[in-house]
Design a protein around this ligand. Structure first.
Ligand code: GTP
Ligand code: MG
Length: 268
């Protein structure tokens, strides 16, 4: 797990805030010079102080997370909300994909967004500009979202029945794989600028996802990226059968993603 980066600590530094379109504008005129300074200890120090091994602490954290994830899942089921957890390395285009998706799908059904980043409300501001209600979670030192953060965010967001909920995880292909958020599906995004070997380098993330989006297809002519090879690598480490090639910038291929979302939301 990610004991080294400190994200196994109690979530004292996590901040959750609702972002509206007005705030988005205001923030754009504001530069935030304050980098948060964590005071946490590495979790192995933590472990020794409490007489527990790192492994025991990891099991505690993941076990507790799993319970809270099931609570979220029950909430989604009761309200018929289809929740998608978007995971990728930083910059693969999660927010860009969401911006276009929200513009196109909000007419069909209500959409809500939970944004996860270590710092800033940049992504929630981008989302709020589309008119979709958005809540930003800042994880501080944490490198992934956890089920209790999503639970807290849901209380602020109050997504309506029969809606789509998009959860943009922290850009990271490692730790978010281990944390169930109670989502109905996990979508892993790779972009053609990252190299086709990501699935075999970060197999857990692909193993735990149901659909794989290959983004930035508009850049394919300019980069060395073998799409078929990327899919073959992903199949090697996962059960993913659905690959969606698209460009969040040009909009090419987005219909297939929308069809997938519609089917998945209907449980097909
Ligand atoms: N050419 C091209 N650029 C894209 C595409 N999708 C996203 N980008 C660009 O890639 C950069 C990163 O996109 P984001 O949407 O911020 O990526 P992200 O995954 O949300 O990044 P983090 O939230 O930081 O993890 C931006 O400059 C986007 O404009 C695409 O399909 N084609
Ligand atoms: Mg983003």
């Amino acid at each position: 797990m990610c004991g080294i980066c400190g994200c196994g600590q109690p979530n004292g530094s996590v901040k959750i805030k609702k972002v509206t379109a007005n705030m988005a504008e205001e923030q754009n005129h504001h530069h935030n010079h304050h980098q948060e300074n964590g005071h946490g200890h590495h979790s192995h120090e933590h472990a020794h102080r409490h007489g527990k091994t790192v492994l025991e602490i990891e099991q505690d954290i993941l076990g507790k997370n799993k319970l809270l994830a099931e609570r979220n899942r029950g909430y989604f089921e009761a309200k018929n909300i289809f929740a998608v957890n978007l995971v990728s390395s930083p910059g693969s285009g999660k927010t860009a994909l969401l911006e276009r998706t929200l513009i196109d799908l909000q007419k069909e059904r209500p959409c809500f967004v939970i944004e996860g980043d270590q710092q800033t409300s940049n992504d929630a501001n981008r989302i709020a500009a589309t008119g979709a209600p958005a809540v930003q979670i800042n994880t501080g030192k944490g490198c992934h979202l956890e089920a209790d953060m999503v639970n807290d965010a849901l209380k602020q967001l109050q997504p309506s029945d029969n809606s789509l909920l998009f959860i943009e995880n922290v850009g990271n292909l490692v730790c978010p794989a281990m944390f169930d958020l109670g989502e109905g599906a996990r979508a892993v995004i790779i972009s053609v600028t990252e190299g086709e070997d990501k699935p075999i380098k970060y197999p857990d993330m692909f193993h735990s996802s149901q659909v794989c989006i290959i983004n930035k297809m508009d850049l394919l002519p300019y980069v060395n990226f073998d799409v078929e090879k990327a899919k073959e690598y992903a199949r090697r480490v996962s059960h993913i059968t659905e690959f969606i090639e698209l460009s969040a910038t040009t909009g090419e291929g987005m219909e297939k993603w929308y069809d997938w979302l519609r089917d998945a939301a209907e449980g097909r």
